[in-house]
Design a protein around this ligand. Sequence first.
Ligand code: AMP
Length: 213
Amino acid sequence: MNIILFGPPGAGKGTQAQFIVKKHNYFQLSTGNLLRNEVKLNTELGSEIEELISNGKFVSDEIVNKLLKQSITNLKFRDRIIFDGYPRNVEQAINLEIILNEFNQSIGHTIFLNVSRDIIEKRIMGRMTCDICNMTLNAYFNKKEIELHPCGAEHLKKRKDDNLEVVIARYDTYMTATKPVLDFYIKNSNFTEIDGADEIGQITNKINDILKV
Ligand code: AMP
């Protein structure tokens, strides 16, 4: 059973996906991480992607869909994928349905982490991401965990697109392009909305309850 974690940037999708991966043996398909990996390769495509990400703009559906398909068709991840950051517009939602149908898979749960813009700003401004394991911690709330981070605290870095100007652009894009995707899923019985402003542990418990059903 595949899962979609849906919500604005900074809602905690990545953090919760990492818990699901550990507890339920899932694969986190974060299109943001796949794109950042491409940037690290220093290719021409990588620098095009970097330019878009640093301005809070979407990378083209063509590129993202190609990366997505490589993971969906990987038998190792079959029916154990958490979609984090995809779909981000209605066309991507349609594309996801087509690819999943083609490979006899489906979505078991769509979980919407709903958070207001002021909370998002606070979270994103403190966010640190490990450039080795992709774990995210917050410079204000996780001082101890940062010190003890297994890959070494020096690997926890602020993402270039985690600055106020870009956060505002990303949130606006979310409201105009991504939020309409909710209409696609909200009517389904496997759709659940969670208050993403809750404590991380409370949200994890709610998600665990959903996944037991
Ligand atoms: P994220 O790590 O999910 O916050 O994504 C970081 C950035 O990668 C976004 O602001 C976009 O520029 C790009 N990106 C990630 N996922 C997608 C997607 N599904 N479609 C288009 N661009 C994406």
